[in-house]
Design a protein around this ligand. Structure first.
Ligand code: NAP
Length: 463
């Protein structure tokens, strides 16, 4: 009876996860999607607590308390701009849990003499991918948090060496399947997994870390699938498969939006040739930036017919989303048509700008994806760039030697005039110069984006 209830609860949770993923595809339904996913997880966890195989509830309670104490502040207080490294950190813990479950199950089977070929395949796979994800995610965290150098660390024959270690791990796994009680091979699988995780991430530059984090997410999902097979747990298989597939699809989508191939991200050591600073390959921007005061910039906005706002990472740093919405309200009261141009990799994670602007109550119909807004720039009187840089860099189209050459960009340069809000001459994420800032159409409003937007708002009111 209990077993039936558990399986029914798992089925319900799996349906909620699928609906949640579907809802996450649209900004308007994304919040509901997250709530559904959280509810599904609660049901799955509660159902699992009914499992007859649970030996002791005391240790589970300790786990819940420690997890809650660590997880709550991470969820509440880590800023959105630090989300990629927070996710990498969480992955490391998730993968550590999968690895430890794999080790525990193997030791249990060893002790009870119940190991089968199929079970060792699942356990070996789980431990190899889990261990790889633990160290890989910790390396990604270190690079994103700037605890480790962001520039790729490379050496001769690195890819061949790494692939050989990976192949050695696979050979040990196959050996273990043939001979499940060969403990040294099980230990070798775990050790090789840990090593491959480090060596795989070391040659990848900080700029590509979010793609790597998403790929590691996919590996953690596959490790969870293997755990599900080893423990005969259906919900782990379903959730792991969803996680594995969505992480993989997201990695591909991010690579595509940056016009990088997957192999180039994993084996290309982006930024190595330029020492982590692509400026030399891109060439410095020729010409001078022309500054503008908030009063003049506000006049242009107030008397424009059509304005396109281009949000970027700087908007997230300045946390200026509420002030931007207030400015938009003021402009709209004057009859200005305002739209937001959303680049798929603006900010530091997919959907970053949508989340920020939704938080400030900007209505979703004003957020227009790159493909749809690009042709509208030519009709815009003003393109207001708020802390964006790489996603509006024309070098991606014109400069073949630029590290970002080929990345799709927003057609800001087609607008009749351009106002860029940034603090100074800082480069973007990829470290390349931006000719847009020295274009004759462009004026720079220097300062923190929040302060600048507040000044613009005050001036638009007076106009
Ligand atoms: P960006 O290229 O990183 O540029 C951000 C700009 O914001 C900087 O040039 C900086 O200039 C300015 N800024 C920083 N703090 C500011 C503040 N408080 N007020 C005003 N301006 C501020 O940003 P982006 O155009 O959004 O491009 C995103 C980059 O991240 C792309 O290269 C993309 O490939 C990469 N990336 C994104 C994702 C993703 O999923 N979204 C994933 C991986 C990689 P100052 O220092 O002069 O102020």
């Amino acid at each position: 009876m209990t077993a039936t209830i558990i399986q029914l609860a798992y089925l319900f949770a799996a349906a909620l996860f699928l609906l949640a993923l579907r809802s996450l595809g649209q900004p308007a339904t994304a919040r509901r999607g997250m709530q559904m996913a959280a509810f599904g997880m609660l049901i799955a966890v509660c159902a699992t607590l009914l499992d007859q195989r649970i030996v002791s509830y005391e240790w589970l309670a300790v786990g819940v308390i420690v997890g809650g104490v660590v997880g709550y502040p991470m969820g509440m207080w880590v800023p959105m701009t630090a989300m990629p490294q927070r996710i990498a950190f969480s992955h490391a813990f998730g993968a550590l849990a999968a690895t430890l479950v794999g080790v525990g199950e193997y030791l249990h089977g060893l002790h009870e003499h119940t190991l089968t070929h199929g079970q060792t395949l699942a356990l070996g796979f789980e431990v190899f991918l889990g261990a790889l994800t633990v160290t890989g995610s910790l390396m990604a965290f270190g690079k994103l948090q700037e605890l480790l150098p962001g520039a790729p660390i490379t050496f001769r024959g690195q890819n061949v060496f790494n692939l050989s270690l990976f192949a050695a791990g696979v050979v040990c796994l196959l050996w273990l399947v043939v001979s499940p009680y060969s403990v040294p091979f099980f230990i070798a699988i775990a050790a090789l997994g840990l090593l491959v995780g480090i060596l795989m991430v070391v040659p990848i530059g900080g700029a590509d870390m979010p793609v790597v984090v998403s790929l590691l997410n996919s590996y953690a999902g596959l490790a969870a699938v293997a755990t599900g097979f080893a423990l005969d747990n259906n919900i782990l298989i379903v959730v792991g498969a969803l996680d594995g597939a969505s992480g993989f699809i997201l990695s591909i989508a991010m690579s595509k939006a940056m016009n990088r191939s997957f192999t180039n991200v994993l084996f290309g050591a982006f930024g190595a040739e330029t020492g982590g600073d692509g400026a030399s390959a891109a060439g410095g921007a020729a010409g001078e930036m022309v500054a503008i005061g908030a009063d003049d910039a506000a006049l242009r906005l107030a008397f424009a017919q059509r304005v396109i706002i281009v949000p970027g990472y700087g908007l997230a740093v300045a946390q200026a989303q509420h002030q931007v919405r207030e400015l938009v309200d003021l402009m709209e009261k004057r009859g200005v048509d305002v739209r937001f141009a959303i680049h798929p990799v603006a900010g530091r994670m997919p959907g970053h700008m949508n989340v920020l602007l939704a938080e400030a109550g900007v209505s979703y119909d004003k957020l227009v994806d790159m493909e749809d807004i690009n042709e509208r720039f030519a009709d815009a009187d003003v393109a207001l760039v708020v802390g964006a840089n790489d996603v509006v860099n024309p070098a991606a189209r014109t400069n073949k030697s630029s590290p970002i050459y080929g990345m799709p960009i927003l057609n800001v340069q087609d607008a009749k005039s351009i106002i860029v809000l940034k603090r100074g001459r800082g480069k973007g994420f990829s470290g390349v110069e931006n000719d847009l800032f020295v274009s004759p159409k462009t004026n720079m409003l220097f300062g923190d984006a929040k302060q600048s937007i507040m000044q613009l708002g005050a001036e638009v009111k007076l106009a």
